[in-house]
Design a protein around this ligand. Structure first.
Ligand SMILES: Cc1cc2nc3c(=O)[nH]c(=O)nc-3n(C[C@H](O)[C@H](O)[C@H](O)COP(=O)(O)OP(=O)(O)OC[C@H]3O[C@@H](n4cnc5c(N)ncnc54)[C@H](O)[C@@H]3O)c2cc1C
Length: 331
């Protein structure tokens, strides 16, 4: 049985989450996970060819016409067709915006067990042992999935701790590459992607939370939009960048590009200061690789304290003005 990983089209380098999936698979004995095969689209393939060849045992690059890139109907047609040749196989995807839609569609077409948003996985003899969050990330469940007919698994971004390098170190590997031409049978019949629209005005460089070394991150505990300026003042005093949890975005207190988490961005700053954030799984999956996590929360039982390196159990409205005062004194 092969382990097959779908690599999404992208302008830049290979998604680090794809590398983590491969690294995890490499830790599993080869007789259980089989050869590791990558499926990618030829869009910008040359930019990424070397990186991809080093990662996989086998690589398939498919020439998809530009109009069909990012169309999940097309990707599902293509993937299920290619997988049938290797059936039974295990398909792994990143639980990205595309992967969220693609995994269940591919799983249904293949008629195999499908688990979305996995936070961990292992392959045993005849089963995949997977974990995922349920009930709004309040509980984690473990599932033992019969993979005798294959399976589809989408993996939460940021949930695997492997580094790509560790998983592939020492292996001099060059994947055999098959470049497949486009086949009309993969074309979309029901859906059409009209275009990709970049966020209006783009994201200002100084608000790019994925590049910031210090994030001041605010959660629902901030209480409302009137209190955001206070957090901005602290962020400026610390020369940091403002980020937030999802309720802050859902309530329109900050725009979406500030959001950390599974449906936001994955960040890994040197310092992550979490203010009034409870630390639910969907948030933590996007920030738990931060070097130093400092949490301020008035509830001593808040899950964020399980991953914080430093914790303050107090009202953020006591702590933030004091921090601002201290930084102003220090500067
Ligand atoms: C499919 C899916 C995707 C999701 N994606 C994301 C995502 O990308 N990012 C994300 O963040 N969430 C995401 N969520 C939501 C997630 O499950 C949590 O609901 C969310 O992270 C909670 O945000 P929070 O910690 O700000 O709010 P809450 O859980 O409500 O926590 C607020 C915290 O503030 C504390 N507090 C209140 N007042 C104060 C005060 N004055 N001083 C100090 N502390 C105070 C409280 O004790 C509490 O711990 C997703 C959920 C689903 C189902």
């Amino acid at each position: 049985m092969k382990s097959i990983i779908y690599v999404e089209p992208s302008e830049g380098k290979v998604d680090p989450n794809v590398k983590k999936i491969v690294a995890r698979l490499r830790k599993i004995p080869a007789e259980r996970r089989g050869l590791i095969k990558g499926i990618t689209l030829s869009h910008n393939f040359k930019n990424r060819e070397e990186e991809l060849r080093e990662l996989f045992d086998e690589l398939v690059a498919v020439e998809v016409p530009e109009e069909y890139l990012y169309n999940t109907e097309v990707m599902a047609n293509l993937l299920t067709d290619l997988l049938e040749a290797d059936s039974p196989a295990l398909l792994f995807l990143v639980f990205s915006h595309l992967g969220m839609e693609l995994a269940p569609t591919a799983g249904m077409r293949l008629g195999v067990p499908t688990v979305t948003g996995c936070t961990d996985f292992n392959i045993e003899d005849g089963t995949a042992e997977v974990r995922r969050l349920v009930y709004g990330s309040k509980l984690t469940i473990s599932l033992s999935v019969d993979i005798s007919r294959g399976g589809v698994f989408s993996i939460q971004r940021g949930s695997l701790k492997e580094t790509g390098a560790a998983g592939t170190a020492g292996a001099v590997r060059e994947a055999s590459l098959s470049a497949l031409p486009w086949d009309k049978k993969w074309a979309a019949r029901k859906s059409k992607v009209l275009g990709l629209v970049a966020e209006e005005g783009g994201i200002p460089e100084q608000e790019d939370i994925t590049k910031a070394p210090l994030l001041v991150s605010v959660g629902r505990g901030v209480g409302g939009p009137d209190n955001i300026p206070l957090i901005r003042t602290l962020t400026d005093c610390l020369k940091g960048t403002l980020s937030c949890s999802r309720p802050v975005v859902d309530n329109n207190w900050l725009p979406h590009h500030h959001q950390v988490g599974t449906s936001g961005k994955t960040v890994s700053p040197t310092i992550y200061l979490a203010l009034g954030i409870s630390g639910q799984g969907n948030h933590v999956a996007g920030m738990d690789t931060s070097r130093i996590i400092i949490a301020v929360n008035k509830d001593p039982g808040a899950p964020i304290f399980k991953i914080a390196h430093y914790g303050v159990v107090d009202d953020l409205f006591q702590i933030v003005p004091e921090l601002i005062k201290q930084t102003e004194v220090g500067s």
